[in-house]
Design a protein around this ligand. Structure first.
Ligand SMILES: O=c1nc[nH]c2c1ncn2[C@H]1C[C@H](O)[C@@H](COP(=O)(O)OP(=O)(O)OP(=O)(O)O)O1
Ligand SMILES: [Mg+2]
Length: 205
């Protein structure tokens, strides 16, 4: 990748995202720092209407503070049976300050409330993860944006201990495993974030 620096700030406080990006960039010799290293930076208000708008908000807010390239991800889960919810509200589905467990509990409640016939072990609904990425170079440099999606289905029972967020409930059809049952490498290969990142890196060539 042709970036002005071998170091990149990922504008996130999410440990799972940091791990995935650090893994992806390690092979390119690029060191990743995140907002976890800068606890004094205040929370960013993510009030955009789209994933892309929120990624832009996060990238811009953090780019003001560093003379390094800044990469932001805004992502979430869109569930067919819920008309695309929780979508951009994925992080605060069960309310402001909700944990992953709170959000997953609400997701199960909402899906089970829809009722319907279902064989044991059969998914509750098709769903997809979406990731929007924005990369901003310092000093009025270039800006790049890309999106990626991963299609799958929501299970009624969690499986696996990897990943984060909704991963234990998200079945990846091509693996027959949940996102939480994949290694970081496997997840990056098929995930919304991995696809968005590869699309972004294509533009930098
Ligand atoms: O690969 C994923 N596997 C499982 N769950 C995921 C994934 N990707 C996004 N998600 C869920 C987690 C969170 O509920 C929301 C992201 O919200 P989002 O605001 O982008 O991230 P965040 O607040 O966790 O960290 P930050 O804003 O500091 O980057 O979607
Ligand atoms: Mg967030």
């Amino acid at each position: 990748m042709r970036l002005a620096s071998n170091k990149l700030i990922v504008a996130t406080k999410n440990k799972g995202k940091v791990q995935e990006f650090a893994h992806a960039f390690a092979s390119m010799g690029i060191e990743v720092e995140s907002l976890l290293n800068y606890p004094g930076i205040p929370d960013i208000v993510e009030d955009g209407d789209t994933f892309a708008a929120n990624a832009e908000i996060k990238a811009r807010a953090i780019a003001e503070r560093f003379r390094l390239p800044v990469l932001a991800d805004d992502s979430g889960l869109c569930v067919d049976a819920l008309g695309g919810a929780p979508g951009v509200y994925s992080a605060r589905y069960a309310g402001e300050g909700a944990t992953d467990a709170d959000n997953n509990a609400k997701l199960q409640r909402e899906l089970l409330a829809l009722g319907g016939e279902r064989a044991a072990g059969e998914p509750l609904s098709p769903a997809r993860f979406v990731s929007a990425l924005v990369l901003v170079e310092p000093d009025g440099g270039r800006r790049f944006a890309a999106e990626g999606e991963a299609a799958g289905a929501i299970l009624a029972e969690p499986r696996g201990s990897g990943g984060f967020g909704y991963d234990p409930y998200f079945l990846v059809p091509e693996f027959g495993r949940t996102m939480a049952e994949l290694t970081v490498d496997e997840k990056n290969r098929i995930s919304h974030r991995g696809k968005a990142l590869r699309a972004l890196l294509e533009q930098l060539k």
